[in-house]
Design a protein around this ligand. Structure first.
Ligand code: GAR
Length: 194
């Protein structure tokens, strides 16, 4: 049995896809959901059982706990978490947490890294930057996490066209379809290699 911890800060559509993907899998459990945002849509999704009758405990934490204590690392270790999956989590992972889970933290970024990554490049800002730069394609990058924003080893990328008439919302729509199609199965692949 492999145990996943999901981290999310926003709507949680990727978290829900992952939870649903593993709901019927006896070898994988989504053991907990961690969030820094008390208003995150992902909390409502978890209350609704991720539309799959799942009951995933939610841990809400603040900045001081996350960066100035080892509490979150300790909880993850106590819960015997095998893989941490960031699904729209917007804070940098603290160095101590990265060291405690080497090659056991994965993230999804809504662009083709190394382009459009780094501090401040998250969520809709990425799609705005892609359109402003006149890119002809965008996509997703799934990567291991280190102490720097969006710099860990790349595991998987997939691309989609960006048309000259596309708005940031159009790009977001195409990218999200790629995220939902690929993230759960790539997480399954990574778990299979642990
Ligand atoms: C996703 O597009 C994800 O790639 C992005 O936030 C969105 C969350 O959507 N993550 C980042 O920008 C991380 N730097 P969701 O809450 O609907 O899953």
């Amino acid at each position: 049995m492999k145990r996943i911890a999901l981290f999310a800060s926003g709507s949680g559509s990727n978290a829900e896809k992952i939870a649903t993907y593993f709901a019927e899998n006896a070898d994988v459990t989504v053991s907990m959901l961690l969030t820094n945002n008390p208003k995150a849509g992902v909390i409502d999704r978890s209350r609704r059982g991720f539309n799959s009758g799942l009951h995933v405990p939610v841990l809400l934490f603040d900045r001081t706990t996350f960066y100035d204590t080892d509490r979150i690392t300790e909880v993850l270790q106590q819960q015997r978490i095998d893989l941490i999956v960031l699904a729209g989590f917007m804070w940098l992972m603290p160095a101590g947490l990265v060291r405690a889970f080497p090659n056991r933290i994965v993230n999804i970024h809504p662009a083709l890294l190394p382009k459009f990554g780094g501090k401040g490049m998250y969520g809709h800002f990425v799609h705005e930057a892609v359109v402003a730069a006149g890119e002809t394609e965008s996509g997703i990058t799934i990567h291991f996490v280190n102490e720097h924003y969006d710099e860990g080893q790349i595991i998987f990328q997939a691309s989609c066209p960006v048309l000259p008439t596309d708005t940031p919302d159009d790009v977001a729509h195409s990218v999200q379809a790629l995220e939902h199609a690929h993230y759960p199965r790539i997480v399954a692949d990574v778990l299979g290699r642990l």
